[in-house]
Ligand binder design. Sequence first.
Ligand code: B12
Ligand code: SF4
Ligand code: SF4
Length: 294
Amino acid sequence: MLPSAKTRRVKTLAAAVGFDRVGITHAGPVQSVAYYRVWLAAGHAGTMGYLRRNVEILVMRGMLRELVERLRQDLNGPFEARVCGDTTPLLERELARAAGLGWIGKNTCLLHERLGSYLFLGEVLTTLELEPDSPVPDRCGTCTRCLDACPTKAFPAPYQLDASRCISYFTIEHRGEVAAEFHAGIGDWVFGCDICQQVCPFNAKAPPATHPEIVEDRIPARLNLLDLLNLGSADYRRLTENTAARRATRHMWRRNAGIALRNAQHRPTATRKTPPATSEGNAGRWGRAGDNRQ
Ligand code: B12
Ligand code: SF4
Ligand code: SF4
């Protein structure tokens, strides 16, 4: 089969498995490795010595394996394939950009004109000879909404994120204490942060997420902070079982709730020192791509 015909089959089967978009690029060295080294040397990775794991990427790997399985049934001849996603040491955004899946926005997220940036990325590395896609142009233009909205000033410049200042990093990745200078900016986020995506005009127009395993999360979008502050081992296991929430330890959930509660108490509109257990003012936000649209 010619590479062009194989490429068409790959794209048809990927759509049949349920992927919203598929792009193809060469498996050679990616351009951004040099930038990545500079980023690490500048200390922008903070204390992250490991990579994130979450259930969305597990879901994703299952779909990728199904795609490879269908390709084996469909295409003649042997080929090698390896399924990757999030925790694999790949610069996924750069690969997705090179494969024409979108452009890198000023908030550093991979952004698609129609689907926005609430996307998870996954890859199949393969020896199949396929036709690569072409990158699409950057459409951020003069917009700076994401840069202006970041409460912890985590963007030293457009297209650059200092992760060691990012709420997502503090609440999901960083195990130690969070420096006091960042507490106010964290607001009521207790797991991740979507602010620089919520303000993006391309997300306002994006269709809702469709995969039930990702949409149907057992963790409510707004969480009770007093419950989290006192989170016991059994409740932690129940809350986080098979969800991205397991990425943060119980200590981190309690620490995050403490910061969010103190912020709630210091809001100008607060009328009591300890917010009531069920009020909106006592809720923390669960930040995860795709479920915090406003
Ligand atoms: C570490 C990590 C984080 C860190 C650091 C994020 C970052 N921007 O670097 C933290 C914990 C902060 C984080 C947060 C989030 N993350 Co994250 N994260 C990762 C992970 C595991 C590695 C990213 C990495 O290597 N960063 C280092 C920088 C240097 O690389 P990069 O951002 O990937 O790519 C940049 C370079 O290529 C750069 N570049 C290349 N050449 C050059 C040259 C110059 C001069 C410049 C300026 C830049 C440049 O352009 C890219 C964008 O900046 C990836 C999975 C993976 N394996 O790639 C997921 C990943 C990037 N995260 C993802 C998600 C969903 C999130 C959150 C939305 C989660 C949340 N709700 O809280 C936030 C978004 C915050 C943000 N604005 O980026 C998705 C992104 C989907 C998308 N649409 O882009 C990924 C791809 C996971 C996945 N498989 O879906 N994350
Ligand atoms: S995720 Fe939140 S803290 Fe991180 S860069 Fe975006 S707006 Fe800033
Ligand atoms: S908010 Fe504006 S600048 Fe930021 S990623 Fe979206 S379009 Fe680009």
